[in-house]
Design a protein around this ligand. Structure first.
Ligand code: PHE
Length: 347
């Protein structure tokens, strides 16, 4: 872990071993250049503490880019609670409270909210011990839940990507494969069903995918089969690292547009997608809806209407990115990173 901390280009990492829960807690602060570092907290089982630390570092860097690309005066940070074994409800609650106290001890050095494994209920538990929790916005699915907002942005981004790849933003009749029917996957699937898209749903917890498929009258795909499954648009909405040297050659889609953070295992995977003729909607652009709602309304005092407009504008941002990438013969990731870098350098 020493190596992992030393090689990182971020500002600092808070590391705590929570003895009672046998869990490692990491708060990675990547950049405070544009403002207070804000990012969700992820709670999940990891194979090793180092995996949790790496995830925190990469997710925090992703937040720096996410805030910069939408030109919000907030910095990049992320919390990871790396469980070594599943916890009972009460143990989990205690752990989240202790985590809240840790966040509070940073005195505004980090603000947090929901992410994978941390939904509205968990956010409320963390908020018992710290004021540096920004819950989601009212409306669109209640208190601490950024998922519906994220799905709104992914839907808009998917339309832009369809416009670029198929010549029309209309998703009617397009086959969309959603990997992960969780906090974002579910509201996204409902929106897509309304748009007349044909859905294929997959989840590592097969029951979750099945329940949603039943509700929407759509197809289920086994989680281990998603990469070879034919579709127009592949939407990763679960964990990161799913686009890599092994999976990309198997993909049978024209577009990748989903909500997961850090979808690419390495930056070279953007080139790899490009070479395979697959249009990639950079994750930190298309998945910014939750961050816009959460950061905009709660941290920056935007109105709900303004937040919604900014989320829908993700479509136009992506369109520009695709155009710039095309013009320069570069990957969409490159074009998106240039956009974020421009804001970061301006400071
Ligand atoms: N966790 C989500 C994301 O990574 C939403 C979120 C953003 C939550 C910012 C808190 C802070 O975008």
């Amino acid at each position: 872990m020493e190596e992992t901390i030393l090689q990182w280009d971020g500002e600092y990492t808070v590391v705590r071993y929570d003895r009672d829960a046998g869990a490692w807690v990491f708060i990675a602060i990547h950049s405070s250049r544009l403002g207070m570092p804000v990012g969700g907290t992820r709670l999940k089982l990891y194979n090793s503490p180092r995996d949790g630390l790496l995830d925190a570092q990469r997710l925090a860097a992703g937040m720096t880019y996410k805030w910069a690309a939408i030109d919000f005066p907030l910095g990049g940070g992320k919390g990871v609670i790396a469980l070594s074994h599943p916890l009972e409800r009460v143990e989990r609650e205690r752990l989240l409270e202790r985590y809240g106290a840790l966040v509070e001890s940073l005195r505004g050095g980090f603000g947090t909210g929901a992410d994978l494994g941390v939904g509205p209920a968990e956010v409320d538990t963390i908020a018992r011990r710290t004021r540096y929790v920004f819950c989601g916005a009212p409306g669109e699915g209640g208190s601490g839940d950024p998922g519906p907002w994220t799905s709104l942005g992914v839907h808009a981004g998917m339309q832009a990507a369809a416009g670029e790849a198929f010549g029309s933003p209309d998703l009617k009749g397009r086959t969309v494969l959603i990997q992960g029917t969780g906090d974002v996957g579910v509201p996204l699937a409902r929106r897509l069903a309304e748009s007349g898209a044909k859905l294929k749903l997959a989840d590592v917890e097969a029951g979750r995918a099945r329940a949603l498929a039943k509700e929407l009258g759509t197809e289920v795909v086994a989680a281990e089969r998603v990469y070879g499954e034919p579709c127009d648009i592949f939407a990763p909405c679960a964990v990161g690292g799913v686009l890599n040297a092994e999976t990309i050659p198997k993909l049978r889609c024209r577009v990748v547009a989903g909500s997961a953070n850090n979808q690419l295992e390495t930056p070279e995977d953007a080139e790899r997608l490009h070479e395979h003729g697959i249009l990639y909607a950079p994750d930190f652009i298309i998945n910014a809806g939750g961050a816009i709602a959460f950061g905009g309304i709660k941290a920056l005092g935007m109105s709900e209407t303004e937040a919604r407009e900014r989320i829908l504008a993700i479509g136009a941002t992506l369109k520009d990115i695709f155009m710039n990438a095309e013009g320069r013969g570069e990957s969409s990731l490159h074009a998106a990173e240039r956009l974020a870098q421009h804001v970061l350098q301006r400071g």
